[in-house]
Design a protein around this ligand. Structure first.
Ligand SMILES: C[S@@+](CC[C@H](N)C(=O)[O-])C[C@H]1O[C@@H](n2cnc3c(N)ncnc32)[C@H](O)[C@@H]1O
Length: 384
């Protein structure tokens, strides 16, 4: 990088043959400078070219919009930049609408639509929070990106699998086999097909991770289907069990638990909008043994549960409070907990496999689990 990144960027931008490469020159300069204020200036300068219509292929435009989404969040808290940001939102909205049309015609692959829209969604959530006057425009852009995903024929076919689960009484194994077949036919990863069928894609408009973390909640990440299957297998769900996903999000692990067992499966989720989506999708899947509740895991009465699942839902303070409640429950009767990405304070893991930990309040475990515990790790079954 030259000594004066601003002038270097301006010089490069002047030589750039297209608006897209002008924009890239500014973005690159902004990326290279360590001076945050200068980066902002560069981004503002680049914005004018970022919103200039171009005849570049739509996929390239989507890529540019995605790249710009990662830069524009740096301006998100600048009220004086609201008009420039609004211009970008409108520009990105136009691209997203064209993407929807091509996606509907099957001319744009689903993974490209998903990858291109992910940073745009992040920008929408962040800008909506920091510039309330732009929240409606952000939500509209988010919706257009979701429409683009839903319009793709593979997405439609994947969602239709949910209806077959209900109509034919499929269990998880049948759904997974149908997802594999669709994946093979369409070159879309089976995991993506399953996420569409199980209702976690496309994501609903929600708060940014930053907003959530400031309130003791983690953001919107959902368990990947394979990870949910692995963790739920460690819970040994049997008839008569009551499973809880504490911080249930859009409900994928609860639906997987309900599709792989006859246990009563419940999800507790702070955001009512996620609960509504999860409940609607469980109904679409015809899952009579899955139910979702709006509530706070620090106060919700989950004392009828004996199998618990947590996918990194809380910050440390909330986690301690929930762990204390689980600990009180564990003193009364055997419980088992599968936990991704966090160690549960006050508990000792009986299984610790990378980011997955399994806790049990009773030494009684199935022979299969004993083998796994003893063969891979020192067995440590403790009542907490
Ligand atoms: C990382 S997501 C995991 C979602 C889901 N369990 C999964 O694995 O797909 C964590 C979820 O926990 C929710 N959450 C965070 N704090 C909560 C609390 N105190 N009570 C209930 N839900 C909470 C968040 O809103 C978010 O939807």
């Amino acid at each position: 990088m030259a000594r004066d990144p601003l002038h270097a960027a301006l010089a490069t931008a002047r030589r750039a043959p297209t608006p897209t490469s002008t924009m890239h020159a500014f973005a690159l300069a902004a990326e290279r400078t360590r001076d945050r204020a200068l980066a902002r200036e560069l981004i503002e300068l680049g914005l004018s070219s970022a919103t200039t219509p171009t005849d570049a292929p739509l996929l390239a435009q989507l890529g540019d919009a995605a790249e710009w989404a990662t830069w524009i969040v740096l301006l998100a808290d600048r009220r004086d930049r609201a008009p420039a940001i609004a211009r970008w939102l409108t520009h990105a909205g136009r691209i997203a609408q064209q993407v929807t049309e091509l996606a509907r015609a099957g001319e744009l692959a689903l993974p490209d639509v998903l990858a291109g829209s992910a940073p745009v969604l992040h920008a929408c959530a962040t800008i909506a929070e920091r510039q309330p006057a732009l929240a409606t425009t952000c939500e509209a852009l988010w919706q257009t990106c979701s429409d683009a995903v839903n319009a793709q024929p593979v997405a439609e076919a994947a969602r239709a699998l949910a209806d077959r689960v209900r109509d034919r009484g499929w269990r998880y194994a049948e759904l997974a086999r149908a997802a594999q077949r669709l994946a093979r036919r369409t070159q879309v990863p089976a995991a993506t097909v399953l996420e569409l069928a199980l209702g976690t894609l496309p994501l609903p408009f929600g708060h940014s991770d930053t907003h959530e973390r400031a309130r003791g909640r983690t953001g919107h990440a959902a368990t990947a289907v394979d990870a949910a299957i692995t963790a739920i297998a460690h819970l040994d769900l049997v008839a008569g069990d009551t499973f809880y996903d504490l911080g249930a999000g859009l409900g994928l692990p609860t639906c997987v638990a309900a599709l792989t067992s006859t246990a009563v499966c419940r999800g507790v989720e702070y955001h009512a909008a996620y609960v509504a989506r999860a409940s609607a999708h469980a109904r679409r899947l015809g899952l009579a043994n899955a139910r979702f509740f709006a509530g706070d895991a620090t106060t919700f009465d989950f004392s009828d549960g004996n199998k618990f699942y947590l996918f990194n839902p809380f910050g440390p303070t909330v986690l301690r409070r929930v762990a204390a409640r689980l600990s009180a429950l564990a003193r009364r009767r055997p419980i088992r907990i599968a936990c991704w990405h966090v160690a549960l304070p006050g508990f000792d893991a009986v299984i610790s496999d990378g980011p997955l930990r399994v806790y049990a309040s009773s030494p009684a475990r199935s022979p299969r689990r004993d083998k796994l515990t003893t063969s891979r790790l020192p067995p440590r079954a403790h009542a907490p």
